[in-house]
Design a protein around this ligand. Structure first.
Ligand code: GCU
Ligand code: CA
Length: 533
């Protein structure tokens, strides 16, 4: 409902822009349910220089262009990384005579617009940084956005900025909601779609930023700054993992940017870092200098199975299934009904960590498939999910109900009066097939028990020895298929073929009825199979 509403608004904004008008978007009269910019429907993925350069001089145009180049050449763009973002220290300490921010000419000799153009030319998006205060965080005292929201937002939009990280330093004690809402409105007024990252560190309140951030920003920091060590990283995960209820498409918890590749953690710890960020639906903003990192870093950052957990369209952050003595189980519901589960060992010795499919909300099947998203090993289980996990390690599985197919013979079904169970054409399964009267309305009806609601594929095995289609409507629990399903000639009464149809079934008893729509009646029906993904 709300999604549709602001989806429409977004289109309106683009149309107005195309007409070349200046007052492009008026602010919403009704209270927004979520920030109405239509962006970040999955957690943002990209790069930010801060964790690798801080304010050092090697944060410059060559670096940013180099990262954009590597995004394309090393397949990171194809893996989903999109935003190439600048952090603090890109500007001069003084605004110009018009009051505008000025790029540091030593770092960015061609300005920011040309850099944004370069990033855009690679099919990527470009982000920038300032602070919701009088100055940014660096002691050099770069100017902040407080009181300059519209001027700065307009400048960013004119440069082609697609993403703003808005920090919290030097805020003069002004209420956080007020400061961050002012920049939200300024960004909206530009008419340019700009992902809005609230960097308030989860500091003020109540109400805390995760309680008020949804209509204000696309993501909000839930913690202070991360550092490139285990204690810092796992502390951010611990703080962030209890906030699952606040995350969703367009509005994410942000436990800060990635340290993967910066050298302060072991490969095992970096895999834990990446696994936990993914299962927590966190933004995946690479924080290492990709021009210098080793191949192991690329292997972690380009693990598309793990990225798919982060980018899952349902947008549900993992919840903590269990936590005891530093052994933590995270579970995340995925759009296709699978679950992601992280068995995470925060202790300093190897430990066995276990849970069950039922604890993940995935009961009702006699067999499950576990895919280890790091080793890629696949195994099956009847429900127990357990692994030996090294110190500071995380085992990340994708758990699926194993595909099940149940066969329901036509001769065991109910059918129209006058139907006979015949055996005179070979190739049938079971004890025979149903031969119904050749008339409109002839039917075969099966009763199918399901442990859980969900999509299922109906597979009808049939023979039609004529050259004329014998279409049927297929009704699941009384709801007929929109159009009749075709059952064309199979070439002979002894040649059996299948016709397929996907339907939604409910938990418990389902009634599936196939009914002839033409005077030729139904084909001979052998069985119905119900297959789950
Ligand atoms: C033939 C065939 C039957 C079939 C019938 C029909 O009689 O032997 O199995 O049901 O045609 O047209 O439906
Ligand atoms: Ca017949």
């Amino acid at each position: 409902m709300s999604g549709r509403w602001w989806g429409t608004r977004f289109v309106t904004a683009v149309v107005v822009l195309a007409a070349g008008l200046t007052a492009v978007v008026t602010s919403s009269p009704e209270p927004a349910v979520a920030l109405d910019n239509g962006l970040a429907r999955t957690p943002p993925m990209g790069f930010n220089n801060w964790n690798t350069t801080h304010c050092r001089a090697d944060f410059n145009e060559a670096m940013v262009k180099g990262i954009a180049d590597i995004f394309v050449s090393r397949g990171l763009k194809d893996a989903g990384y999109q935003y190439v973002n600048l952090d603090d220290c890109w500007a001069l300490p003084q605004r110009n005579s018009q009051g505008n921010l000025v790029p540091d000419p030593a770092r960015f000799p061609n300005g920011i617009k040309s850099l944004a153009d370069y990033v855009h030319s690679k099919g990527l998006k470009f982000g920038i940084y300032t602070s919701a205060g009088t100055k940014t965080c660096n002691t050099a005292g770069f100017p902040g956005g407080l009181g300059h929201e519209q001027d700065d937002a307009n400048l960013f939009a004119s440069w082609g900025v697609d993403y703003l990280k808005y920090d919290n330093c030097n805020n003069q004690g002004v209420d956080a909601q007020k400061r961050y809402t002012a920049m939200r409105d300024a960004l909206r007024n530009t008419g340019r779609p700009i992902v809005y990252s609230i960097c308030e560190w989860g500091r003020t309140g109540p109400p805390r930023v995760w309680e008020w951030g949804k209509p204000v920003g696309n993501l909000w920091r839930t913690t202070g700054d991360i550092s490139d060590n285990w204690t810092s990283m796992i502390g951010k995960a611990q703080a962030n993992r209890v906030l699952a209820q606040y995350a969703g498409p367009g509005h994410w918890n942000d436990p800060d940017m990635l340290e993967v590749g910066n050298g302060g953690m072991t490969p095992t710890e970096y895999r834990t870092h990446f696994s936990l960020w993914a299962i927590m639906s966190a933004p995946l903003l690479i924080g290492s200098d990709l021009r210098k990192v080793n191949e192991d870093t690329f292997t972690i950052l380009k693990n598309t199975d793990v990225i798919a957990i982060d980018q899952d369209k349902l947008g549900r952050q993992a919840t903590v299934i269990s936590s005891s003595g530093g052994l933590v189980v995270y579970g995340k519901v995925l759009a296709n009904g699978d679950r992601a589960v992280a068995l995470s060992n925060e202790t300093t010795s190897t430990a066995t960590i276990g849970t069950t499919a039922a604890a993940l909300g995935l009961g009702g099947s006699s067999s499950y498939t576990l895919k280890d998203l790091w080793s890629k090993a696949i195994r099956t289980t009847t429900g127990s999910i357990s692994a030996s996990v090294p110190a500071h390690g995380t085992v990340l599985y994708r758990v699926s109900r194993a595909g099940t197919t149940t066969r329901h013979e036509a001769e065991a079904a109910t059918f129209t009066t006058g139907t006979t169970v015949d055996k005179d054409h070979s190739g049938f399964s079971g004890l025979g097939f149903a031969n119904t009267p050749n008339a409109v309305g002839s039917y075969v009806q099966w009763t199918v028990e399901r442990a859980e609601a969900g999509r299922a594929t109906l597979v009808f095995d049939y023979a039609n020895g004529t050259s004329t289609d014998r279409p049927m409507t297929i009704a699941a629990n009384g709801t007929p298929s929109a159009t009749a399903k075709s059952f064309p000639g199979t070439g002979a009464w002894s040649l059996w073929r299948t016709a397929h149809l996907t339907v939604d079934l409910k938990a418990g008893t389902n009634v599936i009825r196939a009914t002839a729509t033409n005077s030729g009646g139904a084909p001979n029906l052998d069985y119905l199979e119900v297959a789950t993904p």
